[in-house]
Design a protein around this ligand. Sequence first.
Ligand SMILES: *Cc1c(COP(=O)(O)O)cnc(C)c1O
Length: 386
Amino acid sequence: MREKVIPYGKQFITEEDIDAVVEVLKSDYLTQGPTIELFEKSFAEYVGCKYAVAVANGTAALHLSVIALGLEKGKKVITSPITFAASANCVLYAGGQVDFCDINPDTYLIDIKKIEEKLNNAEPGTYVGIIPVDLAGYPVNTEELNIIAKKNNLWILEDACHAPGGGFTDSKGSFQLCGNGVYIDAAVFSFHPVKHIATGEGGMITTNRKDIYEKLILLRTHGITKEKKLLNDYHGDWYYEMQMLGFNYRLTDIQAALGISQLKKANWSLKQRQKIAKIYREELKSIGDIRLPFVENNVLHAYHLFIILTSKRKELYNYLRQNGIFAQVHYIPIHYFPYYREKGWKKGDFPIAEAYYNECLSLPMYPSLSDDDLNYVIDKIKSFYR
Ligand SMILES: *Cc1c(COP(=O)(O)O)cnc(C)c1O
């Protein structure tokens, strides 16, 4: 066993990041200060959208977005069974019902054709929205999804937690960054340390819709506003109003400072991820029965994860683990979980997602993965199949 384990994902913190945090610690504002807005502005610029709202984590971003976009009690929202539980749970927080749709066997993303079939077979008004996930950093074709959403009067909330910097070229030849809001109503990002940009805990919502932006700003902080032009009443300069039922889902200025500093390295980090992916592809292309991730020509993959499929998944997972390499499985289908089984879901409901789950394995993928460690991982995979 090596001294140091190699995880599947990990943050990359520099002296510059540390200095940025220390500077805020010495300032007047640890939270609700000016650094939040700066982070939001630079993030909006990075993904190419009009508005960005920083929140406590990616799950809070999902929760608030679903409320802001509108979810009447009992209405349904579609998402993929192959994602982190939060992509589905947020619908339940808001009083809605989750419906799953099987995945595409090539991209492992929600199958847009199957969404269309589902909608065609449903009573009008059953569904209010779709939460597609840019799984592993592979961008959802939101242009295609948008056509179906418009036809059925549904909102789209892109779960782009895996995909800052990723995107695709649309049918008009324009490049669309994940979360840029062109074909979607809003998108969410997470700044958990395994994601592209780390702030400890943290999240962001991006949108081009002013109405959604304004609701999110209120919802993030108890539904309370002090802004004079929004007030219904005025008792004096202390006066504020609670106008809707909100939460305390704020990000701190300490985290925002780290976020700004991390964002400066985001382009470099993405290139590192793509470099690592290229090496994995070259080295593993004819090893055992390994199936490498599929990438369409019009796609810029953000490689949050590098997922391979193999019929020897469990054996490979155990072998790597014995050798200090902590690969991971993304994800256990949500409909397998006891909580969701109680809602009536069962094994067999989504055969493609289930077959994918039996074989998927996420190899170490993070910008600070050294050449030595990468070579070690590749050598161990090769020796496993030998
Ligand atoms: C990480 C993640 C989330 C939740 O983000 P947190 O910041 O951990 O709350 C939601 N969806 C996906 C796809 C994620 O990977």
